[in-house]
Design a protein around this ligand. Structure first.
Ligand code: SF4
Length: 456
């Protein structure tokens, strides 16, 4: 998710590069809304950022104010209608919204607004638009509307919202999903899910948008508001450190790559193994494997090569696509693996289909033993805050012990990082760990799954 307010600059170009840096967060669709202060244009389509936009389409999107989005669906299907930014014309106001996260009171909100067959993101836009409409005559505008309706949203939502004159960035009071703020070298502001999107633009990191904070940027500058009470105990998703965020991004002042290496070091301390070679599952397992090798003093080598042009398989929407993706994605190097006792290091196991195929592949390449080390604890519980794992029956560790998983994956040994090790490597502090501990920071009793509001 991305937003930019940059007078005198081409916001569509800046948004393109920002989204390009954030492509890993969603690969189903890409889009942007751009305004020159009078008219607003929205351009979005299925596919990657580079497939959706080109120089010609970007040149046609004129203006200094924009928001952008790459979608990874956690509510609603992977179809064009659900691509973002979502958009409404409300009288003279053109309101667009981009959302990272997942609401947990979607059904209740849909009932209040009397809508169905929409996503949680569209429900938020509808609620905001109705308030913009209701206050049109007194001209209080977009940010007052967001201030008023935001407390009716529950769950995970980092948002960028715009009309023709304002860029609004909002983070839910728990701060499940990240959002940061930066200043462009030629003036103006950017907001983005991750700091890597600031780096690509040469923008200076200013700070993170705080949990529960709303930032409004317009011709008068930047102002901050508090639609929610300050949460003393925010809950950033710990899986941002494990899996989601780019290794070159920083969260809570910590570099993600360094945190992942530390996970590997702690894992080696907790679960040592006698072996010949440490092989990462690229690319997500690389930093943890480096840390593991450093502590264990076992030789580190590349034994699996990733096709760089294939997206991350977990993030694709259907099992059929995921299965195809795995086979397209990795190829073993028998010279590294044959005749060796291999420690295979990965960051997580969610559904297990990828890992099982990987193990078979490494065995067929000649490994004599396979010791699997996972740099996060078993993923046992569904996520309702922006990761597409709301169906518990599909989680490998949901009902299995570590021994049973070892047997299922047909590895010689299996060990996961402890929750204490994960939190220590992530710098300590307060995180959401619900998928690992069943300790949900919000009420999830109203959860009904990804397709909750779709007419089937
Ligand atoms: S449940 Fe897990 S994946 Fe979801 S927000 Fe919490 S830590 Fe992250």
């Amino acid at each position: 998710m991305f937003g930019v307010y940059a007078p005198g600059q081409q916001a569509s170009q800046l948004t393109y590069f920002g989204l390009f840096a954030l492509q890993h967060r969603g690969q189903e669709s890409a889009g942007m809304a751009v305004s020159n202060g009078e008219t607003t244009m929205v351009s979005k389509d299925m596919g990657l950022v580079t497939q959706v936009f080109n120089e010609r389409t970007l040149a046609a999107l004129d203006g200094h104010l924009a928001i952008g989005h790459t979608r990874y669906s956690t509510t609603g299907s992977t179809v064009w209608d659900n691509a973002q930014p979502a958009y409404r014309q409300v009288g003279e106001a053109a309101v667009a919204l981009a959302h990272n996260g997942n609401l947990t009171n979607t059904i209740q909100l849909a009932e209040t607004l009397q809508l169905d067959n929409v996503t949680d993101s569209e429900l938020m836009l509808e609620a905001i638009s109705r308030e913009v409409d209701a206050t049109r005559s007194d001209g209080t505008g977009l940010f007052q509307a967001v201030m008023k309706v935001a407390p009716s949203f529950e769950g995970a939502f980092s948002l960028t919202i715009m009309d023709q004159g304002n860029l609004v960035a909002l983070r839910d009071p728990h701060g499940f999903r990240p959002l940061c703020l930066g200043q462009l070298p030629d003036g103006g502001w950017v907001v983005a899910s991750e700091t890597a999107a600031l780096d690509i633009l040469g923008a200076d990191f200013d700070r993170e948008v705080e949990p529960g904070e709303m930032v409004v940027i317009n011709a008068s500058g930047l102002k901050t508001y508090r639609p929610f009470e300050i949460t003393p105990d925010p809950k950033l998703c710990v899986f941002e450190f494990v899996y989601f965020a780019r290794p070159d991004s920083h969260l809570l002042g910590r570099n993600i790559h360094a945190a992942r290496q530390q996970m590997g070091r702690i894992l080696a301390d907790e679960s040592p193994v006698d072996a010949d070679v440490i092989v990462p599952v690229p690319e997500s397992g690389i930093p943890a494997a480096q840390g593991f090798a450093e502590v264990s003093r076992i030789h580190y080598a590349d034994g699996l090569i990733k096709n760089r042009y294939v997206g991350r398989t977990f993030i694709e929407p259907s099992q059929m696509l995921r299965d195809r993706g795995i086979r397209m994605k990795l190829n073993p190097i028998p010279d590294t693996l044959a005749g060796h006792r291999v420690v295979l290091v990965d960051d997580s196991i969610v559904r297990g289909s990828t890992t099982r195929q990987l193990v078979t592949m490494v065995r067929e390449a000649g490994a004599t033993e396979i010791h699997l080390r996972i740099s996060s604890p078993p993923y046992k519980w569904p996520c309702f805050y922006g990761m597409d794992t709301s169906d518990r029956s599909r989680l490998l560790a949901a009902e299995r012990s570590v021994d049973e998983i070892q047997e299922f994956l047909e590895v010689d040994s299996l060990a996961y990082l402890s929750i204490e090790g994960l939190l220590a490597a992530s710098g300590g502090g307060s995180f959401c760990t619900a998928c690992l501990t069943n300790d949900y920071p919000t009420d999830i009793s109203g959860q009904a799954g990804k397709f909750v509001l779709e007419v089937l």
